[in-house]
Design a protein around this ligand. Structure first.
Ligand code: PMV
Length: 334
């Protein structure tokens, strides 16, 4: 029988953003994220004897040649790390728990699930011990932010002297030091637009190379990493809110002042941010927002405020689809 493994792995939402890279997918500044729970990819990899076609990729059980070629290129890039990849062909099947059109970046969950499968197969074939660092490193080479998804809870990717053992090649988990309030945080994702991104993240990263404000942005994100790490340890929610919103808006400011400039937020994004801030001022309930590379608003809040916040979302932001996610436990072997 052919060897077969199957893993599920979640998406993640960055609190300090990775935007700008160099060399082989190395970040220009450290980033910190919550690994999610509900939004995930489920991926299986079957090793078959060498065939004409290196990779056959099925998404939702439908053959997807374009993504199959991307995986083929990825496998060839990482074959130095996993030499067994040269000896087989592969049938890869993947599906997402979130709707295809939800506008959620799926590359983090997709590449972390695939990397978990490949490291698992390597362990089976070569009797190695499973290494999450190795999976994180390989996930990074598929999509930078994917390296943070191999751990549950909160991860950091990118070397900074302020966090011991942090590295540019892989992410590490921060969980032991983190205050309990952040371990059960919610992320309700307001889906404003489900279209494919008008600018890919690789094009966006590249535009940072010529952005006149990029050095200042990288410096700011180093400082924000340090401050957020302290806030996460102390359970300091107001400092968390200040940094997370600043990071989201800095990310989108970078897009607006790059050459060529692009704007991914929509009028509805701004409306929701204004409503959210008004609600926070009126009630003192500590909710905040972050944004990914798109118009959708991620509403972040502590578990103890779940009732009031969900009521606010249902009454004030009720014309959009909402994915109710939260901090999760990371990948799982199926
Ligand atoms: O992993 P990529 O290359 O898709 O880049 C992700 C960039 C952001 O999602 C905007 C920020 C981040 O740190 O996840």
């Amino acid at each position: 029988m052919n060897r077969f493994v199957k893993w599920e792995s979640p998406s993640n939402i960055a609190l300090v953003k990775y935007w700008g890279k160099h060399n082989v997918q190395l970040p220009k500044n450290p980033s910190i994220s919550f690994t999610l729970s509900i939004s995930k990819s489920i991926t299986s990899v079957e090793l078959i004897p060498k065939a004409n076609k290196k990779v056959e990729f099925y998404f939702d059980n439908i053959l997807n040649v374009e993504f199959g070629l991307r995986i083929e290129k990825y496998l060839s890039n990482i074959s130095g790390e996993l030499p067994f990849l040269n000896d087989y062909s592969f049938v890869v099947k993947s599906t997402n728990t979130f709707p295809h059109s939800a506008g959620i970046a799926s590359s983090a969950s997709a590449f972390s699930a695939l990397a978990m499968c490949l490291v698992d197969l390597d362990c089976e074939l070569n009797k190695n011990e499973f290494s999450l660092k190795k999976a994180s490193n390989l996930a990074r080479l598929g999509s930078g932010s994917a390296c943070r998804s191999v751990y549950g809870g909160i991860s950091i990717w990118g070397k900074t002297q302020d966090i011991e053992n942090s590295a540019n090649e892989y992410a590490i988990p921060l969980n032991n030091e983190i205050h309990s309030v952040f371990q059960t945080y919610h992320d309700d994702i307001i889906i404003i637009d489900s279209d494919k991104k008008s600018v890919s993240s690789s094009a966006g990263h590249k535009l940072m190379d010529t952005n006149p404000y990029s050095t200042e942005k990288y410096n700011q994100s180093y400082i924000n990493t340090k401050l957020l790490y302290t806030a996460l340890k102390d359970g300091n929610i107001s400092e968390f809110i200040r940094i997370v919103e600043l990071e989201a808006l800095s990310l989108h400011s970078m897009m607006m002042v790059s050459n060529p400039s692009f704007i991914l937020i929509k009028p509805e994004t701004i409306n929701i941010i204004n409503k959210l801030r008004e609600f926070r001022n009126d009630t003192n309930i500590p909710i905040c927002f972050t944004l990914d590379a798109g118009p959708n608003v991620h509403i972040l809040y502590p578990d103890e405020n779940k009732k009031e916040v969900q009521k606010f979302i249902m009454s004030d932001i009720n014309k959009f689809r909402v994915i109710k996610d939260c901090v999760g436990k990371g990948p799982l072997k199926l």
